[in-house]
Design a binder for this molecule. Structure first.
Ligand SMILES: Nc1ncnc2c1ncn2[C@@H]1O[C@H](COP(=O)(O)OP(=O)(O)O)[C@@H](O)[C@H]1O
Ligand SMILES: [Mg+2]
Length: 246
């Protein structure tokens, strides 16, 4: 988070609390909200519920996901997936994900925040830090650093971290894919490393995170997310409404 130009936005944010001034206005009137967590944590499920609820209130919602979200990003996604795990070396993969994210931020996320939309994004930098930095051993600091450069320091207003036991996530993935519920102990250890990395990110900036115990039923989790969004919406008076909205 760059704090240097805070004074530039303070004048137009008279009734916004001082703590919010650093973010409200620097990037535009909109909001950038990310949902993070391992595969099977329930991100897509919560994003669907959140998107519907916000749209019902007439908000301009931009739903997107990583990697991807732009033409260049989708090509990079194919490039990584086509060549398969193991054939793309970890540093190449980390740089490709960062390149995809640079395009995503420049072409999609920042323009949406500038027009006053609520951007709902499935995964962001913390996923790279967890998977490439911690999981693949490239180093959390280095992966954070290339991504900060790629995104020109764009930090979400809120990250909702769905924290779940590796075994619960594995069971959900198996249910979703109709596959056998089987998890290797190596997998379990890997997912434990990812989980710890996500939790470390949240612990380092607790005011920017909502960490939820994601073993709870989906509707209960959604109800726990609503107040955090209501607070953010209340502190962002310039949010756009959809023209001819609901
Ligand atoms: N809170 C929940 N409780 C039980 N099952 C859930 C919950 N959230 C999601 N699921 C189910 O678990 C599976 C994985 O959820 P999904 O939203 O696809 O996770 P992700 O997008 O994080 O990989 C899906 O089949 C979904 O219906
Ligand atoms: Mg998903």
């Amino acid at each position: 988070m760059s704090g240097e130009s805070v004074s530039g936005s303070a004048g137009q944010a008279a009734d916004v609390q001082a703590a919010d001034v650093a973010t409200a206005g620097l990037e535009g009137p909109g909001l950038f909200v990310v949902v993070e967590g391992g595969d099977g944590a329930g991100k897509t499920t919560q994003l669907d519920l959140l998107q519907r609820w916000l749209q019902e209130q007439g908000h301009d919602v931009e739903r997107t996901r990583e990697p991807g979200g732009t033409t260049v990003g989708e090509s990079i996604r194919e490039l990584v997936l086509e060549h398969g795990r193991g054939e793309v070396d970890p540093r190449t993969e980390a740089l490709l994900f960062a390149a995809s994210r640079a395009a995503h931020v420049a072409q999609r996320i920042r323009p949406a925040v500038r027009r006053g939309a609520i951007v709902l994004c499935d995964r962001y930098i913390d996923s790279s830090i967890a998977y490439q930095g911690a999981g693949r051993g490239l180093g959390v600091e280095d992966v954070a650093s290339i991504n900060s450069w790629a995104t020109e320091g764009l930090v979400p207003d809120l990250t909702i971290l769905l924290d779940v036991e590796p075994s619960t996530a594995a069971r959900r993935r198996a249910e979703r894919e109709g596959a056998a519920d089987r998890i290797e102990s190596a997998d379990e250890a890997f997912h434990g490393v990812l989980r710890a990395a996500f939790l470390d990110r949240a612990a380092a900036a607790p005011e920017k995170y909502l960490v939820l115990e994601a073993a709870a039923p989906a509707e209960q989790l959604h109800q726990a997310i609503r107040p955090a969004l209501e607070d953010l919406v209340a502190s962002h008076p310039g949010l756009a409404q959809r023209s001819g909205g609901a």
